[in-house]
Each structure stands twice: as C-alpha cells, then as structure tokens.
Design a protein around this ligand. Structure first.
Ligand SMILES: Nc1nc2c(ncn2[C@@H]2O[C@H](COP(=O)(O)OP(=O)(O)O)[C@@H](O)[C@H]2O)c(=O)[nH]1
Ligand SMILES: [Mg+2]
Length: 466
C-alpha cells in the first residue's frame, strides 16, 4: 500500500477492465464533487454547479476533456459522506466500457487532482471510517472471490456481521473476566477469592470453547474457499478418466481402452449443486514395474488419504478382482462413495450387495454408466448431500481466511496460558496480561482496539470500593 491512511481523492475502475456495455468509475474523497465539475457537462449545456447535487439520484451528464470535447455520455450519481461505502463523499460514473475512453477519463481525473486508488483502498477507507470492521471487509473479499454459491452465501452472512458479533460477544466475556481481575488487583495483598477465581475461569472456558468451535469450522472455511477435494480412485480401466471428464464438463483426461493410461494427477475445479469441489483423477491402482506409472500410483495413494471424499469406481460388468479388493482396503470408507460404472454392459439396474465386498451397508453406492450418461444425477446428488451434510458451525461464522485462523489459534493459546496461570494461583498481573493478549488477538480479527472499552467497563460496572 503506497498511501497509508491518506484521505486525498481517489478514483478507480470498479468494473473489470476490457470492453463492456457499461463501465463504472468510482471516486471517493472529501468535497470531491467540486474537484470533479470540470469533467462534467449537462447535455443541454446548463453549467454544472460546484455545489453537490441531491445524493443518490442518477443524472444524465456528459464527460468532457480539457478542450471541452465530449468523452462519453454517462450517468452520474453522488453519495454524501458518511452515507457511502467509504464513509467519504463518493461519486460513481456509469460510462461506456470502452478502454480508450476509460483511460482518457482516468487521465483527466488525475489532472483534476484525483489520483488512481491503490488496490483495496476503498475498503480500507470504509474500515478506517468505521463503515465496516476487518472481518466484514475480509468477508467482502471472500464474496468477490467466491467460486461457489455456498461460499458466496457464507461470505454474505459475514458481511452482515455474524462473525463479528460472535467475536464481540467473546470480547465482552473477556472484558468481564478482566474487570473481575482488575478489581482484585487493587487489593494486591489479598489472594484472589475462590468465587472470583471461579467467575473468571468460567468466562475464560466459555470463550475458549467458542473460539475452539470457530477454529474447527475453519476446515470447512478452507473447503468453501478452495473446494472440497474429491478423488476418483479405482483399478485401471474402470472409467475413472471418463467420469472425470463427464463431471468436469470437458475432455481433459485421456481415455483409452488401455489400462495404465492416466499417470499424473489431474485436477479440475467444479461446482456440484452450489458446492465447490476440486475433482481429481488418479492413476489406476495396481501392481506395476513401470516407473512412471508407479510414481502415479504413489501419488494416487497420497491423494486418497488427504481427500475430503473419495469416489471408488468398480466395473459392474466384471467380477470383483483382487485389485478391487486391495483398493477397498485402502479406501477411507467413512468418506467413500462406491460407484459401479459400465451399467450399460449389464442387464441389471440393481446395486450389487456391498456386503460381498466386506463393506458396511451404510457406505453409499450408486450405479452409473458414463457411456450412456445414466445415474450421473444420482451420483452428483449423493456427492452434494455428503458435502452438504458436513457439520457447519452456524452460517456466517465460518472462518475462511488464513489470517483469521492464525489469529484464532493465537487467541486459544493466550486463553490457555491465562487459565493455567489462574488455576495455579500465579500472580494476577500475569493472568491479566494473558487475557489482554487474547483480547488483542480477537481485536485484531475485527480490527478494533480494546483499551478504551476496558476502562469504560471497569469504571462503569465495578464499584472500586468493594
Ligand atoms: N461400456 C462402457 N465403457 C466405458 C464406460 N466408462 C468408460 N468406459 C470405457 O472404459 C475404458 C477405460 O476408460 P478410462 O476412463 O480410461 O478408465 P480409467 O483407466 O479408469 O481412467 C475406455 O475405453 C472407456 O471408453 C461405461 O460407462 N460403459
Ligand atoms: Mg484414467
């Protein structure tokens, strides 16, 4: 960031660069309307007043260059701070998406003292002006980057402040604990009473539990942000690559009747019923002396272990082979769907008895034919319900950003030291320091300091003479 906490007027193209029907240029800064007026002209030549127009009303205005030549016909809207995204006066110009005109307009804005914004500078201003907290700002980034409906929904909830609220509740509990402690510190010669100790420890535990839950949910957050890993495994030639191509919607993996065709791991991000999935095709698992295939098989086995779910492919038209049996032994059955492929080669539509495979009946199985495109919907529904039923820790409080996760871990470790110090009746000052550290790391998550809050709470809710 080149311009730290500056408040000078900034402008940026808010729509993607390139040709488009409409392009939006966003401008923010104090009294920015006046600065902008030399760029604007009403179509009927009526002069533009340097006094800002009525906020939130679209006006048909021409954009003109330094020689009074029309650059574009645009719609212009004014937002009066603090009632804007950044909290400053803001203007949006809806012009046409011509890269040449956009470049000229930005150039003209620069001449008028409105510089190009740094990346994220609008959001940063929104945060600094208290329009949004850090968790909400990060949620906005998650929404923009969301690659699936579910990730987008989660991000939208966080923008409404669900996660922030939950963090604030925890902050409040820690402040209460600290207030208790501060009161006992005033009587340094006395030991902390068992009642006080209990009250403080109770609050610390409650916060640690809640933060622990948020931390658990961060696995789901990572999956929402980057996709659930779904690996297709099976012996050679059962149709893994064919299924991979079918589900990813393009012909990426090479399919041949020759066993051992796929060697490398192929990945494709796909969306199944609104859920982001990283689909992987793997080398068929079998004994081989071939060095490249052997490496492929090693990688396939690694993938199998780390995948969030596994599609284990079997050929329904053939007897179960020893290779199939070996793969079943390797598969993580609590997250495996057994997929019987090549149904078109048999008369039957029945799902073979999974008991015969030594597999629990509860393991989901489905019959498909990649060739005839049968059963694919049932399969995607099974995948979606498997991922969809993953525990979700309250919508809107799934931590999706690595920084947030690290912060939660930090908070937990400060809380653990505070609890340990408290229970071993160590110096209360040290307990207070650990609680403050925990408070700070939660504060960093929402981007608020706690110092003033703490003083307020101590003096408002506590009688010092106690
Ligand atoms: N009859 C039939 N053949 C299939 C089906 N799915 C795949 N195949 C064929 O099986 C052979 C092996 O397919 P491939 O996807 O390369 O299998 P992989 O080795 O498991 O990746 C190819 O000849 C495919 O055309 C199916 O549903 N029915
Ligand atoms: Mg293959």
């Amino acid at each position: 960031m080149r311009h730290i906490n500056s408040t000078d007027p900034i402008a940026a193209l808010a729509t993607p660069p390139g040709r488009s029907g409409v392009a939006i240029i966003r401008i923010s800064g104090k009294n920015v309307w006046k600065k902008l007026t030399p760029l604007l002209k009403y179509p009927n030549s009526k002069p533009i007043s340097p006094t800002p127009p009525t906020p939130r009303v679209l006006q048909r205005i021409d954009l003109i260059d330094a020689n009074n030549q029309t650059l574009d016909q645009a719609l212009v809207v004014y937002f009066k701070g603090p009632n804007s995204f950044t909290g400053e006066d803001q203007i949006e110009i809806q012009g046409h998406g011509s890269p040449v005109v956009i470049a000229r307009t930005m150039e003209r804005l620069s001449q008028l003292g409105i510089r190009p914004a740094d990346p994220g500078e609008f959001s940063r201003r929104a945060f600094l002006n208290g329009k949004t907290d850090l968790a909400q700002a990060e949620a906005l980034m998650n929404l923009i980057n969301a690659s699936s409906l579910r990730a987008a929904r989660e991000a939208t909830k966080q923008m409404e402040g669900t996660l922030s609220q939950r963090l604030q509740n925890n902050q409040a509990l820690l402040l209460e604990a600290l207030a208790h402690l501060e009161a006992t510190l005033d009587f340094a010669d006395e030991d902390i009473s068992p009642d006080d100790q209990l009250a403080i420890a109770g609050r610390l535990t409650k916060v640690a539990e809640d933060i622990g839950q948020l931390l658990q949910g961060s696995t789901l957050g990572k999956q929402l942000a980057h996709g659930f890993e779904l690996a297709i495994i099976g012996r050679p030639n059962v149709g893994k690559s064919t299924l991979f191509n079918r589900l990813s919607g393009h012909n990426r993996a090479i399919v041949t009747p020759l066993p051992g065709t796929t060697r490398d791991i192929l990945e494709s991000p796909i969306e199944i019923h609104g859920i982001p999935v990283q689909l992987t095709d793997t080398a068929g698992l079998r004994e081989t002396d071939e060095i490249i295939e052997e490496e492929g098989i090693k990688r396939a086995k690694e993938r199998l272990q780390k995948a969030d779910a596994v599609l284990l492919l079997l050929d329904i038209s053939k007897e179960i082979t020893n290779e199939d049996q070996e793969i079943i032994k390797l598969a993580p059955l609590d997250r495996t769907i057994i997929v019987w492929n090549k149904q078109d080669l048999t008369e039957s539509n029945k799902i073979p008895d999974t008991n015969k495979l030594g597999v629990d009946q509860a393991v989901a199985s489905v019959v498909i034919s990649c060739k005839k495109d049968r059963g694919i919907n049932q399969l995607t529904e099974k995948i979606a319900s498997f991922f969809g039923s993953q525990p979700i820790d309250g919508e809107g409080s799934v931590v999706m950003v690595a920084r947030q996760k690290e912060n939660l871990q930090k908070t937990i470790s400060h809380l653990a030291s505070a609890e340990a110090l408290l229970l071993h009746c160590e110096n209360e000052e040290l307990v207070a320091i650990a609680i403050r550290e925990a408070l700070n790391s939660i504060g960093e998550l929402i981007g608020k300091t706690t110092h003033d809050d703490l003083l307020d709470l101590i003096f408002s809710s506590f009688c010092i003479g106690k």
